[in-house]
Write a protein that binds this ligand. Structure first.
Ligand code: PBG
Length: 295
């Protein structure tokens, strides 16, 4: 059996795709893959913060179109790049093991939140990262920084920024144990990560039952439960990437879910931590708490 897999062409996207494909191979050794690289508007427009381009889920839409048009069997994405609703006919069907979900302070020097100098210049184009950072460290100057993970790392090493806030997952996936920059994870109580960060997913057509089953068999059950909770949270807060909202589910060893969620605005962050047994219910309850902060 040969399957066509649609993905973006960045080095990180290709590594993420390989990771998911090796999980599928483990349950179905006979399968072969053809990788179809889709160039997206997000890849072509590099000079604006993403929220200013004004298309929700800009990275994924054009990749998923290949699946809807029947040009690929499934698409691979970072879950956090997907909008809360997929196009009709598509489902989230496969989940990788989760890489660390945290945002991290990334620098050449090795600053953590405490040792970062007063008035430091910190790069990020994410409204969420900027607002939570300013709440924790009102003295720092937040400046725009976009581009692929390797591009951002290069700019940090060139000394144009004292530090940047980036997903730990992207750096770990790209560089493994010896990245060229130092990374200090930010606790979710200080900076709640975006729903889905660190999870790689496959999007397939709902009507391809055999493929949906195969992808489900290849999935990591912990990541799947956390994804379910965080997707419900995302749907119920209804916030786009122009709002500083974060939410992280962790499946505890005893089987219940711990959910950390927060909202930041005007130099002030509010974060809650709740528990429950049903992922969807916990996600919805966390969203209600965050929505109360936003009024
Ligand atoms: N927004 C871009 C993006 N999409 C996925 C990752 C890597 C982290 C992940 O896999 O969740 C990144 C980089 C970043 O946010 O710094």
């Amino acid at each position: 059996m040969r399957l066509v897999v649609a993905t973006r062409g960045s080095r990180l996207s290709l590594l993420q795709t390989e990771e998911l494909l090796s999980r599928i191979k483990a349950v179905e050794p006979d399968v072969q893959f053809d990788i179809k690289i889709v160039k997206t508007t997000g890849d072509l427009v590099q000079d604006k913060p993403l929220y200013k381009i004004g298309v929700k889920g800009i990275f994924e839409k054009e990749v998923n179109m290949a699946v809807l048009r029947g040009e690929a069997h499934f698409a691979v994405h970072s879950l956090k790049d997907l909008p809360s609703e997929l196009a009709p006919g598509l489902v989230l069907a496969g989940f990788s093991k989760r890489a660390p979900p945290y945002d991290a302070l990334v620098s050449a020097t090795g600053y953590d939140l405490e040792s970062l100098p007063r008035g430091a210049v910190v790069g990020t184009s994410s409204v969420r990262r900027a607002e939570f950072l300013k709440a924790a460290r009102p003295d720092v100057e937040v400046v725009p920084l976009r581009g692929n993970v390797d591009t951002r790392v290069k700019k940090i090493l060139e000394g144009r920024y004292d530090a940047a806030v980036m997903a730990a997952a992207g750096i770990v996936r790209l560089y493994g144990d010896s990245p060229p920059v130092k990374i200090y994870p930010l606790r979710p109580e200080v900076m709640p990560p975006p729903p889905g960060q660190g999870i790689v997913v496959a999007v397939a057509r709902e009507d391809e039952g055999w493929l949906v089953d195969l992808l489900d068999k290849a999935s990591d059950p912990v990541a799947k439960a956390e994804a379910l909770a965080e997707r419900e949270f995302l749907r119920a807060v209804g916030a786009g990437c122009h709002t500083a909202v974060g939410g992280l589910a962790r499946l505890l060893p005893a089987g219940s879910i711990e959910f950390t969620a927060g909202y930041a605005d005007g130099g002030r962050a509010r974060v809650v931590k709740i528990y429950g047994d049903d992922p969807v219910e916990v996600g919805r309850r966390a969203a209600a708490l965050v929505n109360a902060f936003r009024r």
